[in-house]
Design a protein around this ligand. Structure first.
Ligand code: M6R
Length: 589
């Protein structure tokens, strides 16, 4: 999962590529590279690390170029494995995975070809070079016919220096006309500017950028006409303002995002369509990954408890390997911030093939998921830059809880209300700042545990994921009652344990687990809306949140946990926005 960008026009290409790559760093940042052509010679600059490592390449001369920011899948993080990759007259950048790379590579090697890297991407360069007979588009089409897997590629040919050819299969790709030139990129922010006209390629489509013309076609070279995409320039432009990191800024945006998501639901008739589809459904499956999977768990808990509608939640990467039962009338709901998560898309494709109706709850408007789904609801989280999802999780919860409330009223059941939740979120952020005093207990800890029951467990799972992904501390999220069945053996003196306690009916039960941990020496921290538990002897420190209907409470209780992860990460000297080994958009399986 990587980001690609390309430019051909009147400006010098290098600065356009580098600026575009900064916008794509959320897709990966292990290594970076560009290729720039002045019409006679093609120069490649590649470095390990982030885009800033190639800042010195801004002065390279040439009006055509391609660039890449990498998140390693095949091959280590080395300069050789960084893109662009070259074979003879062909140079390309690739996002995706060539699943039959080993077979294709050995065929090339049998022909005596040598490889400079361990990547699957270089195989594509070899295929195109082998197919090249004077027409780059023909060669790209023929090469793509041999690839099994996913790709978004931008290809240059030294024999046709004024042409850039692109292709897409299951990896996002847009092409368009920007100021003084033609562009290609994995995502809009890389190339969006005033007056730009952008088009999204579909799977199996190719584009040729040449002079001032873009031709989009299919594998038979039949031209495809497209409507330009609508995009919001402001949304694409994100800056830190007074913040040190995007993650902290994005946590502060939660109240606004909740309001925007609620307003969107109130005015969007897709919402009532969505509820109607749900009403007619006999069997609901929810698929998602990571944080979005935790939203799915929260959705399931609320649907079942408030509406008595059963639902099953699947980790998307497991779904297709479990031979899922898709009965007549199955509704599959996919939840995703990016709408590009390969595992989620694969689950959706499988469910569609088996006859399910697919509904999506997604943040990114022109994403593959939004296009694939039969019914779409957009969360209104705006652009989320930090790799760790925060505001998008709260926005997903706002949407799923609104669905639950609407479904309850359709079914004549009483639902708790979300009224005032934005103000409560604001107060939760202020109260959550209290976790700064917890940080010394976590920053040096060997491991930590997050526990809760019911909805509180869903929040605990998310809190634990947040902490591990940006602080690199081992952490487990657990059902409070399950602790004594094994995990308790790991508790040592001062092991930090966070308990989430937002349900009064099971508060004492959760406190039993707290006591079990405390009596083995754990330092227990509490996130609760019940003041009486804060002063208990077992509790080292607590955050007191506003009261909220327990079934919807993860929307608030997760906030101090997001802040805890953030401050612990900073205390450990990490960059919380760009955790090692991770990327924002996971477009590979
Ligand atoms: O874009 P998606 O919501 O589909 O992404 C799913 C996960 O990759 C994502 O939530 C990931 O777990 C985040 N890094 C969590 O903070």
């Amino acid at each position: 999962m990587c980001g690609i960008v390309g430019y051909l026009g009147k400006r010098q290409a290098a600065p356009v590529l580098i600026d575009g790559l900064y916008q794509l760093e959320y897709r990966g940042y292990d290594s970076v590279g560009i290729a720039v052509s002045d019409g006679k010679k093609l120069k490649i600059i590649k470095k390990i690390g982030r885009v800033k490592e190639i800042e010195t390449a801004r002065d390279e001369i040439g009006r055509v170029g391609i660039g890449h920011t990498r998140w390693a899948t095949h091959g280590d993080v080395t300069v050789e494995n960084a893109h662009p990759h070259t074979c003879r007259n062909i140079t390309l950048v690739h996002n995706g995975i060539v699943e039959n790379a080993a077979k294709l590579k050995s065929e090339c090697e049998k022909r005596g070809e040598r490889f400079a890297s361990d990547t699957d991407s270089e195989v594509i360069a070899h295929l195109i070079a082998a197919e090249y007979q004077g027409d780059l588009l023909d060669a790209v089409i023929r090469a793509c016919n041999q690839i099994v897997g996913s790709y978004a590629i931008a290809v240059l040919c030294e024999d046709e220096p004024a042409r850039l050819v692109c292709a897409r299969m299951r990896s996002p790709l847009i092409v368009g006309r920007a100021k003084d030139g033609l562009v290609v990129a994995s995502d809009i922010p890389a190339v969006a500017e005033e007056g730009a006209v952008l088009y999204s390629l579909k799977d199996g489509e190719f584009a040729v950028l040449e002079g001032e013309k873009i031709v989009i076609c299919n594998a038979s070279r039949a031209e495809v006409r497209k409507e330009p995409m609508e995009f919001d320039l402001e949304e694409g432009r994100v800056d830190l303002g007074p913040y040190r990191h995007f993650m902290r800024k994005e946590i502060d945006q939660i109240p606004i995002v909740l309001r925007q998501s609620r307003e969107e639901i109130e005015r969007n008739f897709c919402f009532s369509d969505f509820c109607k589809v749900l009403c007619q459904t006999e069997y609901i499956q929810i698929v998602a990954c990571g944080t979005a999977y935790h939203s799915g768990l929260c959705f399931q808990a609320a649907l079942e408890r408030v509406c008595r509608i059963p639902a099953e939640v699947f980790i998307a990467s497991e779904y297709r390997y479990m031979d899922p039962i898709v009965r007549r009338g199955t509704l599959l709901i996919a939840i995703s911030q990016s709408g590009e998560t390969a595992d989620t898309l694969a689950a959706v494709r499988l469910a569609k093939r088996k006859g399910a109706h697919v509904a999506a709850i997604v943040n990114v408007k022109y994403s593959s998921l939004a296009r694939l789904a039969d019914t779409v609801l957009f969360t209104q989280a705006g652009r989320e830059v930090a790799v760790a999802a925060t505001k998008s999780f709260n926005a997903q919860l706002m949407v799923v809880y609104s669905i639950v409330a609407a479904m309850a009223s359709i079914r004549g059941k009483k639902s708790p209300s979300l009224r005032g939740i934005e103000g409560k979120a604001l107060r939760a952020i202020a109260a959550g700042e209290g976790v700064r005093s917890w940080v010394p207990y976590f920053a040096g800890a060997k491991s930590s545990y997050f526990i809760g029951r019911g909805e509180d467990m869903c929040a605990a799972l998310e809190g634990s994921l947040k902490l591990k992904e940006i602080s690199y501390l081992p952490s487990e999220g657990y059902a409070a009652g399950e602790l004594k069945h094994g995990t308790l053996a790991l508790i040592e003196p001062y092991t930090p344990v966070v308990a989430v306690l937002m349900r009064r009916d099971i508060a004492e039960k959760t406190m039993n687990a707290v006591h079990e941990a405390y009596s083995r020496g754990a330092s227990v921290f509490l996130v609760t809306c019940f003041e009486e538990y804060c002063g208990r002897k077992e509790i080292t420190a607590s955050v007191l949140l506003p009261k909220c209907p327990p079934v919807f409470s993860p929307i608030l209780s997760v906030i101090p946990l997001q802040l805890l992860a953030y401050y612990t990460s900073v205390a450990r000297g990490n960059n919380p926005d760009k955790p090692r080994n991770l990327a924002k958009s996971v477009t590979v399986e």
